[in-house]
Design a binder for this molecule. Sequence first.
Ligand code: FES
Length: 142
Amino acid sequence: MAEEDERRHGGYSRNLWSNGQTVRGTGENVEGGRGVPKVVYVEDAGQEHPIEATVGESVMATAVKNGVPGIIGECGGNASCGTCHVWVRAEFTKLVGEPNDLEEDLLEMAVTDRREGSRLSCQISVSPELDGLTVDVPPQQP
Ligand code: FES
């Protein structure tokens, strides 16, 4: 049954990818979590980096692994350096959720130009629901 479903829906899913059609924030591209969610990193100058991410990996680790400029991740994701600061686009802030106390403290002390939507990307775990997540990368990290 699952194979039959995959065959029946697999083509539809692939067509979405090859056509570049994305329904952002709904996870519709990942068809029940079997596909690959994308994270879009936008540099200060406007250049976009759409990256296929691994579910469960952090938004920071995805960026570093794929050479996205401006996200350093110096502490390796321990919420202690602030060099993974991003601004989550407004349409995704509810989906991403609120920072915990530790992250909140670091955002308060360590990042430059804190705004609504400021998050440490090492504290955001990629999930199918976050497919299309778009974050702006600050021009410089602390
Ligand atoms: S990688 Fe250091 S705070 Fe996120």
